[in-house]
Design a protein around this ligand. Structure first.
Ligand code: DP6
Length: 344
């Protein structure tokens, strides 16, 4: 019988977006991406795993509901962990044969474009790696669950290298800088809606890869330069540059969704209102103080420096008077504000 292993994994929010795959089975991306990993105290996934000889089947519960273990992504992650464990000789042969039980929870809306799969798979793979005592880098295994999950394996600012090997061995994440490098950096999550998105990231990426001319242009001419620029901005703690690249990349990603055929949209009118407000705020401030970025959903992630947090929060509360200030916790890297549901 094994101990029950429980781990927490953070959400990461990309500033250079991953959008499009060159290999759907191995989850190999068309482009490098860059993200920041948020503090686990507000948004995280929590997963417990154990293996026992008496278990008849592998079983998984997600947010209290039993789900199928048959998903190829889940199977691939478990298979890869076990083959690493066998290669590293970290557990005995019997243990590898036992079935596992997985129980996972998110403390934020699932599938609403809040990187829940990233935290979820990073968490699952980290927990399994502990269970099977795997010591080597697990970002490439988390990638097999959900591409963006490979970035949640590291804290701070993280780059996922697209790599060029057909087997994906060089498609791994690495840390650009730890969070201590730029402790003033904060993220503010504005929850616009928590309904499940109509077009999943996986489906959306497939449509864009097959049909969008803008995506081809983005990958060839925009992402490489932006990746260099944002890494330099992070290293030099140049917030205005970091913010400009972040906003431009988010806007281009959503333009790619519209350029896809058939097109699909993730941002709502409230999301667009937030974009306008942030540009207005920056204009009134005389320099770029806040950046927005949107994943495959309507919710905004604002990146800003700590000194700006109180003013931005009061600005948001002024525009969305019934936003919930109780959810805001000072001093953390992530703060969550729920916007007025009537404005959805
Ligand atoms: C818009 O990692 O969820 O959040 O690899 O198909 O599981 P799959 O997709 P996923 O896509 C995330 C896309 C994004 C951008 C990003 O996080 O880089």
């Amino acid at each position: 019988m094994s101990d029950i292993i429980t781990v927490k994994a953070p959400v990461n929010i990309a500033v250079i977006k991953y959008w499009g795959k060159r290999d759907e089975d191995l989850i190999l991306p068309l482009n490098d991406s860059v993200s920041a990993t948020l503090d686990t105290s507000i948004m995280c996934a929590k997963t417990s795993v154990c293996a026992r000889p008496e278990f008849k089947e592998n079983e998984i519960w997600l947010n209290g509901k039993k789900e199928t273990f048959q998903s190829p992504r889940l199977q691939n992650c478990l298979k890869e962990i076990k083959s690493r464990a066998a290669a590293e000789n970290s557990v005995n042969e019997d243990f590898l044969q036992w079935k596992v039980r997985v129980c996972s929870e998110n403390n934020f809306p699932t599938a609403a474009g809040l990187a829940s799969s990233a935290a979820g798979y990073a968490c699952l793979v980290t927990a399994l790696a502990k269970l099977y005592k795997v010591k080597s880098d697990v970002s490439s295994i988390a990638r097999l669950g959900s591409g963006s999950a490979c970035r949640s394996v590291y804290g701070g600012f993280v780059r996922w290298h697209a790599g060029t090997n057909p087997d994906g061995t060089d498609s791994v994440a690495s840390q650009i800088e730890g969070s201590a490098h730029w402790p003033e950096m904060h993220a503010l999550i504005l929850v616009v809606g928590d309904t499940k998105k109509k077009t999943s990231s996986t489906t959306g990426m497939r449509i864009s890869t097959q049909t969008s001319e803008l995506l081809k242009h983005r990958i060839k001419y925009c992402v490489p330069q932006r990746t260099d620029e944002i890494i330099q901005a992070i290293k030099q703690k140049d917030f205005p540059k970091f913010a400009e690249v972040t906003m431009k990349d988010s806007n281009q990603f959503h333009a790619v969704c519209l350029d896809s055929y058939p097109p699909f949209v993730y941002m709502t009118d409230v999301s667009h209102l937030i974009v306008d407000l942030i540009h207005k705020y920056n204009e009134l401030s005389g320099s770029t103080k806040v950046a927005y970025t949107f994943d495959a959903g309507p919710n905004a992630c604002l990146y800003l420096l700590e000194e700006e947090v109180p003013q931005v929060l009061s600005f948001i509360r002024h525009v969305f008077p019934s936003s919930n200030p109780e959810l805001f916790v000072t001093g953390l890297k992530t703060n969550e504000v729920t916007l007025n549901p009537e404005l959805k």
